[in-house]
Design a protein around this ligand. Structure first.
Ligand SMILES: C[S@@+](CC[C@H](N)C(=O)[O-])C[C@H]1O[C@@H](n2cnc3c(N)ncnc32)[C@H](O)[C@@H]1O
Length: 201
C-alpha cells in the first residue's frame, strides 16, 4: 500500500483505543499462569499503536516496529510520558531484519499479510525463533477467500497453511471469519481473516 494510504489508515484508527481481540486473549492467557510477570514484547506493524499502548499500560516493555514514519508519529503522539521509557520504536521493513530479539510475546495484528509470499515465509521462522520458551504469538492473517487474494504483493493463507505455520506452537485460540463489510478505508468487501493465539512450549 502507498504511504499516503497508510497515513489515512492511521488517521482512521488512532481513535480506536481498544486493542485487537487476539492480543487481549493472549494477555489473558499470560495472566492465568501462576507467577506471571509482564516482560518484553514486540508489536510488528504497530500502525497507530493501539496494541502497543495497551501492552505498555499492561506493564510490558514494547518494541514497536513499522515501516511507516507516520505510524511512529501517531504512536508517539498518543504516548503518555510515564510510559515512554518502556517503549522502543524501530522504523524498519520486516524484509530488512536478519533476526528479531528474544521476547516473551510477539504481536502482529494485520501486518504480516502485507509481505509478499516469499518474504512472508522468510520472515516467519525469525518470529518463531524470537519467542522464548513459554512465550506467545498473537496475530491476524488473511485467508485465501479474501476479495484481495489476487494481490501478489500480499500473503493469503489456507487453513492448511495456518496449521503448517503453527506446527511448532500450540494453538490456544483460533477464529476464522468471513464478513462482508467496509474496512477502515475500504468499501464493503469480502474479508477472510484468521485470528490466532499460540504458545511456544
Ligand atoms: C493494516 S495495518 C495494521 C496496524 C495495526 N497493527 C492495527 O492492527 O491496526 C498494517 C501495518 O503494517 C505495516 N507494514 C506493512 N508492511 C510492512 C513491512 N514490510 N515492514 C514493516 N511494516 C509493515 C504498515 O506500515 C501498517 O502500519
Amino acid at each position: 500500500m502507498s504511504d499516503s494510504r497508510w497515513s489515512n489508515y492511521y488517521q482512521m484508527t488512532r481513535q480506536r483505543t481498544r486493542p485487537r481481540k487476539a492480543l487481549l486473549i493472549a494477555l489473558d492467557q499470560f495472566k492465568n499462569e501462576s507467577g506471571f510477570l509482564p516482560s518484553q514484547a514486540i508489536d510488528l506493524g504497530c500502525g497507530s499503536g493501539s496494541d502497543s499502548l495497551y501492552l505498555l499500560r499492561s506493564g510490558w516493555r514494547v518494541t514497536a516496529m513499522d515501516s511507516s514514519t507516520d505510524s511512529m508519529l501517531a504512536l508517539i503522539s498518543s504516548l503518555p510520558l510515564s510510559l515512554s521509557e518502556k517503549l522502543l520504536i524501530k522504523l524498519c521493513k520486516f524484509e530488512g531484519l536478519s533476526f528479531l530479539p528474544q521476547v516473551h510475546f510477539v504481536n502482529a495484528s494485520f501486518s504480516l499479510p502485507f509481505l509478499d509470499k516469499s518474504e512472508f515465509y522468510l520472515f516467519w521462522p525469525k518470529i518463531i525463533n524470537s519467542i522464548s520458551s513459554g512465550g506467545r504469538f498473537a496475530g491476524s492473517f488473511f485467508g485465501s477467500r479474501d476479495d484481495w487474494h489476487k494481490r501478489d504483493n500480499m500473503t493469503f493463507l489456507s487453513y492448511a497453511d495456518i496449521l503448517n505455520l503453527f506446527s511448532k506452537l500450540e494453538i490456544e485460540y483460533f477464529e476464522e471469519e468471513e464478513p462482508n463489510e467496509a474496512g477502515a478505508l475500504d468499501k464493503p468487501k469480502h474479508w477472510h481473516k484468521y485470528h490466532i493465539v499460540a504458545k511456544k512450549a
